[in-house]
Structure formats: C-alpha cells, structure tokens
Design a protein around this ligand. Structure first.
Ligand code: AVJ
Length: 307
C-alpha cells in the first residue's frame, strides 16, 4: 500500500528507497510514454521492432487455440501484432493483467477487435493464476512479459519469478520474455538521464505524487535526478539526491524524515542482461529456450521459453 511503502522506504536506516511501481500514476504514465519516444531511449522501439518480426513466426510455435496472458499489459499497444497473428489460425482469448484500471479499460477497447478480452486488475502472479484457471480445455497458454520489466527485479528475484511462472504452466505452454541487453555504458546512462530531462521529471514525479496523495512537503527543486551504473550487479540505478540537508513531513502517513546533503533516495533498478544469461535462467526455471530474436540497432532480446 502506497502510504505504508513510502513510510517504510524513507525510514530505512541505510539507503532510503521508494518502490518503482509508484511511478505510474496518470502523470507518471504520461511521462513514461514520452520517455519511450526519446531518441536516447531505444528500448521500446527495439521491443516493437522484434515483436513485428516474431509475430508471424509465433503460430509456428503455438498451435491454436491459444490464450494469451500479458503481465503488466498497460494499454497493450505492442501486443496487437501478436494477437492479430495468432488470430489467423483460430480464436484467441486475451488476459491483460495490470494494476491500472484505466490502462486495462483502454486495452480492452483497443484489443477487442483481435481477441476475446478478459482484463484482470491484479499483480502479475495472482493475475496469471486467474488466467490459468480461466483457460478452456485444449487451449495453450502464451505468457507475455515484454519491455524488460523483468529488469526491475533483482537477479535472484527474477530467477524465482521465472520459476513461479513455469510452475503455473503446462507442457506446450510458453512465455515470451523481453529483456534489455548490456550495451556501451554511455548509451545506457543517456537512456536514463536524457538531455531533455524527461526521465528526471519522471523520477521527481514520484515525490510530487507523495505530495499530491499523501500530503507531503517535498520541494522538488531540492532534489537532483541521478542515473548510475552498478557494474557488480549489472544494473542502472535511478536516485534522487538531496541538494541540502532537509526535513520532509508526510502528513497522511504521520511521518517525517531528515535527509542529509547529498543523501539519496533510490527509486529504481533496471538490470541489464546478456542473451546467454537469459537462456541459462530459462533452463534453471524449468523452461527450454526455443528461440531468441535479437535487435541489431539497440541490443535487446525477445526469448520464447517453452514449458
Ligand atoms: C518499464 C521498467 C522497462 O527499466 O527502462 C524507463 C522504466 N525507468 N526510464 C526501464 C524506465 C526509467 C523501464 N521499464
């Protein structure tokens, strides 16, 4: 719950943190849409290019009838091509799973032309379990986890997550996993700290959201956006650095905290992978990595993992 997670994250003795899932209020979702069209942020375009390439090949790996469950579907904009392609060989049932009711409503509206849509407003695994229960006899299940959202998990948690997904599936089912790959450092840092300041606004909006929804008194100009590369964990970290010593009160959480000058709040981890590592994680989780599609403009992989 937002209030409790904020209190817990900001009362940490060591590194203060705020969970990245709270980036996505309406303002944050709009800012993220803007990030996806930035020249410096090639991730979403690479994901879209690969989906355009692989969609026609999917029917070769998944015989109809197919049910598609998408984790973190958002509005489902990238999924249309996959549904269209699968619909060529039979009726498709689509379960978009997301915590945002407004995104799910738009998704149902836009995807209704290509599939029988059943939105599930739930967290990833709870939603997947609902979709598994709802699937009809003889229907294969294709789980979509696109856009390198898995990168927000720590590596061990990502491995556990893949195992949990595998445990929900039957032989013949599959998962399509999108992962951003390691690339030259300068390119990775620019993608999370663009000159136009869109990512900085996306990051600071988290403080603005606390002010809006939890009656906080963060002065946003007192915080600098920072993107760092952690070589050991092979991840980009986003932080908000306090430009001076300050005291923050969050009235709706009955809580106040002090920040030292240069102390940071850690707001997101974006782990980067290599293609072989994904294949190893798949096998470790009980999948077979059937095919990997790699983008050659922006290092990114789509991996089809079969159960
Ligand atoms: C939506 C988690 C894939 O990690 O690149 C973009 C979020 N954060 N810019 C990513 C994000 C800053 C994005 N994911």
């Amino acid at each position: 719950m937002f209030r409790d997670d904020v209190r817990e994250g900001l009362s940490q003795a060591g590194q203060k943190q705020l969970p990245c899932q709270y980036f996505y209020d309406d303002v944050g979702t709009a800012l993220f849409e803007a990030i996806t069209v930035l020249p410096e942020y090639g991730l979403t375009r690479a994901d879209t290019r690969l989906i355009r390439r692989l969609a026609p090949e999917l029917t070769g790996h998944m015989r109809a009838p197919v049910a598609v469950a998408e984790l973190g579907s958002g509005t489902g904009s990238k999924t249309r091509r996959i549904l269209e392609s699968l619909a060529c060989s039979g009726p498709v049932t689509y379960y978009p799973i997301d915590l945002s009711a407004s995104a799910l409503a738009r998704c149902a509206q836009e995807m209704g032309a290509f599939a029988d849509v059943h939105p599930i407003e739930e967290s990833y695994l709870n939603g997947l379990r609902q979709a598994v229960c709802a699937r009809r006899p003889g229907q294969l299940l294709l789980v979509l986890f696109l856009g390198s959202t898995i990168g927000n998990f720590a590596r061990a948690a990502a491995q556990d997550f893949l195992r949990e997904v595998r445990a929900c599936l039957m032989p013949g089912d599959a998962m399509l996993l999108g992962t951003d790959l390691i690339k030259p450092l300068a390119r990775m840092l620019l993608a999370y700290d663009d000159p136009a300041g869109v990512t900085a606004a996306f990051n600071r909006n988290l403080l603005a959201r606390i002010n809006r929804e939890l009656d906080g008194d963060f002065a946003l100009r007192n915080f600098a956006h920072e993107a760092r590369w952690d070589q050991h964990h092979r991840r980009i970290e986003m932080h908000l650095r306090s430009l001076e010593a300050q005291r923050i009160t969050i009235r709706a959480a009955g809580f106040a905290c002090a920040l030292r000058k240069d102390e940071t709040i850690w707001t997101e981890s974006c782990h980067k992978f290599d293609a072989e590592e994904i294949r190893e994680m798949a096998v470790e989780a009980g999948f077979e990595c059937r095919v990997q599609w790699l983008d050659d403009t922006w290092p990114f992989a789509e991996s089809l993992l079969t159960a």
